[in-house]
Design a protein around this ligand. Structure first.
Ligand code: ATP
Ligand code: MG
Length: 375
């Protein structure tokens, strides 16, 4: 089957528009192997995809609308044949037809086209025209060299194609929030590299299936997802030995940020991403976030900071990570949930405590397991 993709934000990019469109075309070709994708005046036309791909396309960053579509030559008889091909399996009682012409030299104007084709559909299928309460919307786009016929468009996520706004390193835990935070940055055009800190002394092939599955799910939206897994058990042991329980979570997260910063610098990423949401847990009060984030000079982006758990969960369900995140998993942070964690701390005090640890950021990075995940 074929699809017509409409773009919104990408089209506002002035002189750079074609770079953004090209990036989106590259992403789509890589994510839907075997498909052909090209730019037309009405949007992107993607050929030879499976019916399941329509839903997946709607979640590709940059795609604002998705519709099943047929491409024909701009000729009224051919358009009628094309409509028969498009509508043969459609089930509806009523429809609305809209037409836009980028080629004004076409023999009929938009109103005449809508009248003629509306009557044709009514005759062939017995469906009624209903401009207000239609069940099925059919759109016709007439260009100089082609006409595209599309039906039942659904909204896509919009935004910008990943790979068009630079690179970020996202801290991926096994929870619900951080996969959604990672997707949010993809949706703003960033290429997202994942870093996970794992409760093991050595990361080998026994890498958590859960983390791999989360990365694989995110690789449905970005053609290649790099994943670093940093063995973190030694660090956790040190934290337990030297840090009072009320500070363990904060200090652990500071160490994570320092290691992630080093990875970011090595791979040319310009920011870190976390799944923090203000006040969600004790380590996410304003003063604690300040104490954690001050561990690095690198820009930290927390796209979920002002969202509710329900909003985050809705997104997680939509992108397919919720069920994976809900699988049981011993995240290294879950060991440090104190009974009465400090909700208001001073960065200076945290820094003083941290000197008790012997952290080699370089060593942590060099022992990290690195892999590239694809869909
Ligand atoms: P999530 O926030 O993904 O649901 P969580 O709520 O268990 O997981 P928090 O304890 O809220 O995680 O941690 C806040 C953020 O810190 C996470 O969103 C994630 O960005 C980062 N983080 C926590 N644990 C890890 C880890 N083991 N590896 C990488 N990042 C982590
Ligand atoms: Mg969280």
């Amino acid at each position: 089957m074929n699809a017509l993709l409409r773009l919104d934000e990408v089209m506002l990019k002035g002189n750079n528009q074609s770079d953004f469109v090209d990036q989106l075309l590259r992403n789509i070709r890589a994510l839907f192997s075997g498909c052909r994708a090209r730019r037309l005046s009405c949007g992107l036309f993607v050929q030879d995809i499976s019916p399941d791909s329509l839903g997946e396309l709607s979640l590709i960053p940059g795609v604002a609308k998705v519709a099943e579509a047929v491409l024909v030559q701009p000729d009224i008889a051919k358009i009628k044949n094309g409509l028969n091909e498009l509508l043969r399996n459609a089930k509806t009682q009523s429809f609305r037809l809209t037409c836009s012409r980028s080629d004004k030299s076409f023999a009929l104007n938009s109103l005449q086209i809508v009248r003629e084709l509306g009557a044709f559909i009514n005759e062939q299928y017995g469906w009624k025209v209903d401009l207000k309460n239609f069940e099925l919307e059919i759109e016709i786009f007439i260009g100089r060299e082609e006409a595209v016929l599309a039906m039942a468009a659904t909204s896509g996520v919009g935004g910008l194609p990943t790979g068009s706004s630079g690179k970020v390193v996202s801290l991926l835990s096994g929870g619900i929030d951080s996969p959604v935070a990672s997707y949010s940055l993809m949706k703003r055009g960033a290429e997202v590299v994942l870093v996970h800190f794992q409760n093991q002394t050595q990361v080998t092939a026994a890498v958590s299936e859960k983390i791999i599955d989360l990365a694989k799910t995110l690789a449905r939206f970005q053609p290649q997802v790099e994943l670093y897994i940093v063995p973190f058990a030694d660090m956790q042991r040190q934290v337990i030995m030297h840090i009072p329980s009320t500070y363990r979570m904060l200090i652990t997260r500071r160490v994570m940020l320092r290691i992630a910063t080093q990875i970011a610098r090595r791979i040319g990423a310009e920011a870190l991403v976390t799944g923090d949401s203000l006040g969600q847990v004790a380590s996410q009060t304003l003063s604690n976030l300040a104490a954690v984030y001050s561990a690095t000079a690198l820009l930290i982006l927390s796209p979920l900071i002002g969202t509710t758990k329900r909003e985050i969960t809705d997104w997680a369900r939509r992108i397919g990570t919720l069920a994976i995140s809900e699988r049981p998993y011993e995240d290294c942070c879950s060991l440090f949930v104190a009974k009465h964690p400090k909700t208001s701390v001073q960065t200076g005090h945290v820094e003083a405590l941290e000197t008790r640890l012997n952290v080699s950021v370089d060593q942590a990075v060099s022992t990290a397991y690195h892999t590239i995940i694809t869909k």
